[in-house]
Write a protein that binds this ligand. Structure first.
Ligand code: NAP
Length: 283
């Protein structure tokens, strides 16, 4: 079997087109959805990420403000900026690019963002809302994975989903979203004994580890859907995921590539969340 590809670039294009239309409708009412992105320090990867986010906003008709600060910025100064943005009606979403310098408590900073503007979905209030099935902002990466499953009309009800990884930003919210769609969910992590026994039972596998070849063809049930969140570099320095793509695509029914899979969907869902925040603020 050769798996069908779930193309994150094509799906992103479609969803960003819908965002642009909804943003235009809001602008016609005098409201331009606005995202503030805060970058502290000069982490090269973070600089690329924030540039991509700001560009994606502009391309979809959203207003974005990039605030760059020196690594010496104090926690109090950053909290004061967030307070100002919380009270700025032209800003509907606030994103603080992580990681922050070591002298700043990232948790404290995230908790300072108003839950109504928490478009990254990292606030405890957002996590709690997801947990109890109430409206709130979903973290962009697992939200993007759900959209990918939706795009292939995959019915999760009663299916066994195995999530590899339990981080607060990917693995745990991913598991809750799958559970919310009535999948039976298993969460695996670094202390899981015999990962292969788990994954071989799975109808859906989401790999969110950050290690190459965590999932190989012998670990996948024929026809399973495989979503690869991982972002790693191979020996040639090329971007690759957690999944042995060439091997697993021979067994899986559906698979996401890296690059061109979950990555573009993450930024797309940030746009969706920002637009949603603006729509909610507009009533
Ligand atoms: P993380 O916080 O480092 O979490 C990794 C998880 O993998 C942990 O729960 C860890 O278990 C588990 N793990 C480590 N080794 C394992 C093994 N051998 N078997 C099973 N589980 C294992 O990473 P993250 O932030 O969730 O990100 C995961 C990956 O996704 C990274 O490559 C990251 O770059 C990528 N990512 C991509 C996007 C995107 O837009 N495409 C967005 C976010 C993240 P313990 O909890 O026991 O340590």
């Amino acid at each position: 079997m050769t798996a069908k590809l779930i193309d994150g670039v094509a799906l992103s294009k479609q969803l960003r087109g819908e965002v642009a239309q909804r943003a235009a409708a809001l602008r016609a009412r005098g409201i331009t959805p606005g995202l503030a992105v805060i970058l502290v320090g000069d982490n090269p990867a973070s600089q690329v990420y924030v540039r991509n986010k700001v560009k994606a906003c502009e391309d979809s008709g959203l207003h974005s403000v990039l605030e760059k600060y020196d690594a010496s910025m104090t926690e109090a100064q950053l909290l004061a900026r967030i307070d100002a943005l919380n009270n700025d009606p032209s800003i509907h979403g606030i994103l603080v690019q992580l990681p922050l310098p070591a002298h700043i408590d990232a948790h404290k900073v995230i908790e300072a963002i108003s839950p109504a503007k928490d478009v990254d979905g990292f606030h405890v209030a957002s996590a709690g809302a997801l947990m109890v099935g109430q409206p709130g902002f979903w973290p962009c990466t697992p939200y993007g994975c759900m959209k990918m499953l939706e795009s292939i009309h995959y019915d999760l009800k009663g299916k066994h989903a195995v999530v590899i990884g339990r981080s607060n930003i990917v693995g745990k919210p991913m598991a809750l979203m799958l559970l919310g769609q009535n999948a039976t969910v298993t969460i695996c992590h670094s202390a899981t004994r015999d990962l292969k026994t788990m994954t071989l039972q799975a109808d859906v596998i989401v790999a969110a580890v950050g290690k190459r070849n965590v999932l190989t063809a012998d670990m996948v049930k024929p026809g399973a859907v495989v979503i690869d969140v991982g972002m790693n570099r191979n020996d040639e320095g090329k971007l690759c995921g957690d999944v042995d793509f060439d091997g697993v695509k021979q067994v899986a029914g559906w698979i996401t590539p890296v690059p061109g899979g979950v990555g573009p969907m993450t930024i797309t869902m940030l746009l969706v969340n920002t637009l949603e925040a603006a729509e909610r603020a507009a009533g």
